[in-house]
Design a protein around this ligand. Structure first.
Ligand code: FUL
Length: 501
């Protein structure tokens, strides 16, 4: 036999047959596993937040400050015929504002740079109706500069509210006003450093001074402002800034000014079908399970009955119990809390506000600084691939647990080594993979029995579940309906001080 004619098939026919067979089986197995890999790889449930929205989601609690001409006229909505000479704070101190917000645990401040009456807190080049013609600092002051500097000093984010409606401007209602509005926006977005949020109010169009016309001007809220161009302007000047309006594009109104998000709060909405100030906006306040864009809610509420300071409301500052309730019903319901502080005529946050804000900060700190789930036994009904329960209590927002594909009712159980007297459960979905939970119930384990204490719907960024303070041995969270496998980044167990409501 010549070497060149050597053929393994002739020498080992049986071996060769089984080798080919083995090869075929191997390829088939490879094919099957690659198919099942595609089926079971983890895909986000769309829509998901962009990186700027994700950063904003982590802020959760920040201040609104309503301080402007109305502070001095003791009104909520100025007509637009006020005189700059009326704006005259005697002890204005933006450092006090920043200090109070920081101590309160807030992450930023949004200021009413211009409210509906048109008066500007910065010396805008485009109008005489501003601080430059007021007695404050002999017209040399720039409140936006002072506040943005103070925020930076205290490590707070800084945002601006610029009212689209302007009851002072002669051109309001005409196309020329839109250029004026955008010029002002450009000033605010180019001269005061980084802006984290731009706030566009949906309230606009009605009677006003309008440069002396003293008439009613209605605008088509959908088309007049040409919002897409204004949004592009913000994006080009401050790409990281999230834009708020009834209609987003980045954050939407929660639908009321009382401080309460909906029990069911979806972050997605059908964004392109809405506009700021639309009459039936409340249809969107709970969001839409199958919405096309990620536009989470922001809950704006004032610490007093009014948005602006009125001396007669000095004794109506919301008490601790109310503020706590608002916190749980905003931050704890997949929303963020924009708590308004009406700065007074001195130019300071009033002592009554400071006291209640500090009480809230102490309360939240005492509650959430001690997580009773730490180091305890956590069980899950299933684990997808390597995503196991350890991620749930490691305090890392970026790690997460994933339920298995075929787990219809994913569950998380926490067992306490020693029984504890507790009353609060926290759970957070991992947002980069989308909002997934549609409904759930929550049980506590006590003296060998499981008792259902709560049924709810959405979770999203954060869900806080309060239950009657009692000694418990554990808790269980069960998902009853979901859009896809459940992905949770954190759970926690806490003891909040009981308050008499
Ligand atoms: C509303 C305004 O009309 C109020 O004056 C206040 O600024 C509030 C935050 O938004 O639409």
């Amino acid at each position: 036999m010549r070497l060149s004619n050597f053929d393994i098939r002739l020498v080992f026919p049986h071996f060769f047959k089984s080798f080919v067979m083995f090869q075929k089986i191997f390829l088939l197995l490879m094919f099957i596993t690659s198919c099942s890999y595609v089926e079971s790889s983890l895909e986000p449930v769309l829509p998901v937040p962009n990186k700027y929205q994700l950063a904003w989601q982590e802020l959760e609690y920040y201040a609104f400050i309503h301080f402007n001409m109305n502070t001095f006229t003791n009104k909520e909505w100025g007509y637009g015929d006020e005189k700059p000479s009326q704006f005259n704070p005697t002890q204005l101190d933006t450092h006090q504002w920043a200090r109070v917000a920081k101590q309160a645990g807030m992450k930023g401040i949004i200021i009413t740079a211009k409210h509906h009456d048109g008066f500007c807190l910065w010396p805008s080049k485009f109008t005489e109706h501003s601080v430059k013609n007021s007695p404050w600092k002999n017209g040399k002051g720039d409140l936006i500069r002072e506040l943005s500097d103070a925020c930076r000093e205290y490590g707070l984010k800084f945002g601006v509210y610029l009212s689209p409606w302007d009851r002072n401007h002669p051109n309001y209602g005409r196309p020329e006003y839109i250029s004026y509005f955008r010029n002002q926006l450009k000033e605010l977005l180019t001269e005061y450093g980084e802006i984290f949020e731009v706030w566009f109010d949906g309230a606009n169009g009605g009677d006003g001074f309008y440069g002396g016309a003293n008439e009613e001007r209605r605008v088509n809220k959908k088309s007049y402002y040409d919002w897409p161009t204004t949004i592009e302007l913000v994006r080009s000047l401050q790409p990281q800034a999230v834009i708020f309006s009834d209609a987003g594009p980045d954050i939407r109104w929660v639908g009321n000014e009382k401080g309460y998000a909906n029990e069911r709060t979806w972050s997605p909405i059908y964004r392109d079908s809405i506009f700021a100030g639309m009459p039936d906006f409340h249809r969107f306040s709970a969001g839409q399970e199958n919405g096309t864009h990620w536009v989470p809610t922001e809950t704006d509420v004032s610490i007093r009955p009014g948005w602006y300071y009125h001396p007669e409301e000095d004794n109506q500052v919301k008490p601790l119990s109310k503020l706590v309730d608002i916190y749980y019903n905003s931050v704890g319901l997949n929303s963020s809390l924009l708590l308004n502080l009406p700065v007074d005529t001195r130019g300071l946050i009033h002592e009554n506000e400071v006291a209640n804000l500090n009480a809230l900060a102490d309360y939240l700190d005492a509650t959430f600084s001690n997580d009773y789930s730490k180091g305890q036994k956590v069980n899950t009904s299933s684990n997808f691939k390597g995503y196991n329960e350890t991620a749930l209590i490691n305090k890392d927002r970026k790690s997460y647990w994933v339920s298995a594909l075929d787990d219809q009712n994913p569950k998380i159980e926490i067992y306490l080594e020693n029984p504890e007297s507790l009353n609060t459960f926290l759970i957070q979905e991992y947002l980069p993979m989308g909002q997934r939970i549609k409904s759930f119930y929550f049980e506590i384990f006590s003296k060998g029995n499981w008792v259902k204490v709560y049924e709810g719907s959405t979770v999203g960024n954060k869900r806080l579940i309060r239950f009657k303070t009692q000694i418990i041995d554990g808790v269980r969270f069960t998902v009853t309906d979901k859009k896809a496998q459940v992905i949770i980044s954190n759970v926690g167990l806490f003891r909040a001080q009981d308050l008499n409501n």
